[in-house]
Design a binder for this molecule. Structure first.
Ligand code: ADP
Ligand code: GN1
Ligand code: MG
Length: 372
């Protein structure tokens, strides 16, 4: 795929941003899309900013379906937020269409691009700097799920098939190990064995879904802390972003992915594993806040399975990083050799910590679940 930078002129001229564009630079720390912040300069006002993204062709095979989902979900959220007296322009993303009126722009080499207004007055955090901040993200993701409770799930396309199908993720890892196309298996034997020895775990949530113990809901599916924009003054969650994977899914996975990323004090690619550990206090803080935001919309079974959401999202993400390392870093952006293996190792360490402290995690969800 050609460098995104090479298309900026062509792409920007296809959108009417109501004022001359004065700059566009790479922005943020997402692993998937190519994201730029675009500055425009109206004559009579200060500069305005927009987010311009090339959707990842490795991740998203059908940008048309993806954008249909996003437009449907953002319109719905906008109406719900308005009904609850919120500020639609800050609290829900809004798709800005290209001049053609299509939902996104397709460049001369088939790359798919979209534009959103930049949500001003917000901060995007890469780690939970304070427990209050982490709690605010939990309330925001819990609320997001509640607001989408009435969304017609059957109209959503599956933008990444089997996205949180942990059994399938393990099969893909096994296939990558069998092929070993870059000869990297020998350096990751320990991590591979770690995953393989947890094969039975991979079925726990899926089995509960098959048995009707856990319901399918409209979920976000990528609830990292850096996918919620926080108010720069109050520290409250303002806007949930990165809606590419909003699809029918499990509430416990939305909870779990936030824990995976946020309930610790290390970077996802930390190489010094002595710095990597699960912070059970942060787990507690997030559990309380997520359930508060969800306002009683979760069933007792869902609450009981929340620790499984945390463990499975961490295990699965570790497998995905490992698989990508073995096949040559085709999916997750890397900025150095071995980064996906480092990311896998932090996930293994966090899974281990969750296993070691399982009884505490269960006690926490039982405590807060009893009040919902
Ligand atoms: P990726 O799928 O690659 O993670 P995201 O949609 O999460 O892409 O965007 C990457 C980053 O860009 C976010 O983490 C955030 O910092 C920033 N960002 C995205 N959309 C907006 C927005 N509308 N306003 C402000 N910042 C945004
Ligand atoms: C990706 O898009 P981003 O950077 O918010 C990935 C998630 C992973 C995460 C790991 C569409 O999230 O599933 O958990 O990286 N998103 C997609 O950091 O694959
Ligand atoms: Mg993101």
């Amino acid at each position: 795929m050609a460098r995104a930078e090479d298309f900026l002129g062509e792409v920007l001229s296809s959108f009417d941003l109501l004022a001359p564009v004065v700059g566009a630079v790479r922005f943020g720390q997402g692993h998937i899309n190519d994201t730029f912040v675009v500055h425009t300069q109206p004559e009579d006002r200060c500069c305005r900013r927009f987010i311009l993204q090339r959707m990842s062709p490795a991740a998203f095979k059908r940008p048309d379906q993806l954008m249909e989902n996003i437009i449907g979900v953002t319109d719905y959220l906008g109406r719900e937020i308005g009904r609850h007296g919120g500020d639609r322009s800050r609290e829900a993303l809004e798709v800005i269409r290209p001049r053609s009126g299509a939902p996104y722009y397709t460049d001369s080499q088939g790359g798919a691009w979209r534009v959103y207004p930049f949500v001003e007055g917000t901060v995007c955090y890469q780690s939970a700097e304070t427990p209050e901040l982490f709690a605010a993200s939990g309330r925001a993701f819990g609320r997001f799920q509640r607001l989408l409770q009435g969304y017609p799930a059957a109209t959503l396309h599956e933008t990444i098939p089997r996205f949180h199908d942990t059994e399938d993720r393990l099969s893909k890892l096994k296939a990558a190990v069998a092929e070993d196309k870059l000869g990297r298996v020998k350096e990751c034997r320990e991590e591979i064995d770690f995953m393989l020895s947890r094969e039975a775990d991979c079925s726990v949530a899926l089995q509960a879904l098959r048995e009707g113990k856990l319901p399918l809901r409209v979920t976000h599916n990528d609830t990292k802390l850096n996918n919620v924009l926080m108010d720069e003054k109050t520290g409250e969650g303002v806007c949930i972003i990165d809606l590419d994977t909003v699809m029918p899914g499990l509430a416990i996975n939305d909870f779990g992915d936030s824990i995976r990323f946020g309930a610790n004090h290390c970077a996802e690619d930390e190489r010094d594993l002595s710095k990597v550990s699960l912070d059970v206090d942060l787990f507690r803080v997030y559990t309380q806040a997520f359930l508060e935001g969800a306002e009683g919309s979760l069933t007792a079974q869902e609450v009981a399975y929340l620790p499984w959401g945390a463990k499975l999202m961490t295990l699965e993400c570790g497998m995905r990083f490992l698989t990508d390392h073995l096949v040559g870093d085709e999916y997750f952006h890397i900025s150095r050799e071995g980064q996906n293996l480092d990311r896998c190792r932090t996930q293994c360490k966090l899974v281990k910590d969750m296993e070691d402290r399982w009884a505490e995690l269960e006690a926490i969800v039982a405590q807060y679940g009893a009040h919902t």
